[in-house]
Design a binder for this molecule. Structure first.
Ligand code: NAP
Length: 318
């Protein structure tokens, strides 16, 4: 038996991956969680999580992830910090070639690769990335103390992060392409009541403009194509997410148009022994609580798969 063979590999250490790891470790499945960084997941960019059950006073995204990691580690979840360069998932043995040259194999895998912010792909967006264009209010908000900034988008992320940015900025203009927000009502109520937040409706951002010192303005296109220039020193883009599916064998894994993976209700993908959980799944609602739930279900399903297909390997050691 190879020294780097596991019963189960979990890819990704966000809420889905860590919950899968907790369940797998408690089921005494020899499991390795592979992640690029010590604490991870989209939730890290969330300053305040207000809707995770059990945290009545709210909790920071970072603290929640740290607690989830500690919880899984208490039951013996093994972790490896590494990038995966290649996935071979089609045969009975799943194979992961790591960027450091190592190879890991497993009998089953749970893909919890997650998602990342979508880009607007407009002129100036890439040029000013990190110099006024940001995708993370928690990371970059403090740079905009007493400044006038913009937030693009009308979903939960845009409104929640616009509210967070009121701690720093003097004025936040939320630019939304429709006249109605997609965000949940409680966030809408808070944003409408916030003096520092203004809304520009039915408007698209056409370009980010600036100079050597960074962003200076946005070129907006409103109703009827009327253009205007909005002077701001920073713009936060929150227009949705895209799946971290690069390197996955999408030709054999069923997925939706945007590349999110289809699973059945047991979190099984189209490939035997390959499960998916969390934001990488195609689903209507993306919440931390249902990412965690996906992870639990995926681990239980993976355990069932291992018992059926690899009944004599429960004592495999890494
Ligand atoms: P989202 O819900 O998909 O919202 C994206 C927003 O960006 C929408 O308002 C959309 O406009 C707008 N948009 C999309 N493409 C655009 C474009 N090309 N130009 C201009 N605007 C564009 O994405 P999200 O807010 O990142 O949330 C992702 C998931 O995480 C959701 O399931 C969300 O509920 C969840 N989440 C939950 C919480 C929470 O519960 N507190 C917090 C954060 C995120 P339209 O409305 O016109 O489509």
């Amino acid at each position: 038996m190879s020294a780097s063979h596991y019963q189960l590999v979990i890819v990704g250490g966000g809420p889905a991956g860590l919950t899968a790891g907790l369940y797998a470790a408690r089921a005494r499945i020899n499991t390795l969680l592979i992640e690029k960084t010590a604490v991870s997941g989209q939730v890290l960019v969330t300053e305040r999580v207000d809707n995770y059950p059990g945290f009545a006073d709210g909790v920071s995204g970072y603290e929640l992830m740290e607690k989830m990691a500690l919880h899984a580690e208490r039951f013996g979840l093994q972790k490896k910090l590494a990038g995966i360069a290649e996935f071979a998932l089609e045969g009975p043995e799943k194979r992961f070639s790591l960027e450091n040259g190592e190879t890991i194999t497993a009998d089953a895998v749970i893909l919890c690769n997650g998602a990342r912010p979508r880009k607007l792909n407009i002129p100036g967006e890439r040029e000013f990335a990190g110099r006024g264009v940001s995708y993370c209010a928690t990371c970059d908000g403090p740079f905009y103390r007493n400044q006038e900034i913009a937030v693009v988008g009308g979903g939960n992320t845009a409104i929640q992060e616009a509210l967070h940015l009121t701690k720093f900025a003097q004025k936040i203009t939320v630019i939304h392409r429709r006249s109605e927000l997609r965000a949940t009502k409680i966030l809408q109520e808070r944003a409408f009541a916030e003096e520092k937040i203004e809304f520009v409706w039915n408007t698209q951002v056409k370009a980010v403009q600036g100079g050597k010192s960074g962003v200076e303005s946005l070129l907006l296109s409103g109703e009827g194509g009327a253009e205007q220039v909005l002077p701001v020193t920073g713009v936060f883009m929150f227009i949705g997410i895209q799946p971290n599916n690069e390197l996955l064998p999408l030709e054999v894994l069923e997925h939706d148009q945007a590349g999110f993976l289809h699973t059945d209700e047991a979190m099984a993908t189209a490939l035997p022994g390959v499960f998916a959980a969390g934001d990488i799944r195609s689903k209507k609602f993306r919440q931390i609580v249902n990412a965690a739930s996906d992870g639990a279900v995926a681990a239980l399903s993976a355990g069932h798969y291992l018992e059926q297909h690899f009944p004599n390997t429960s004592d495999k050691s890494s």
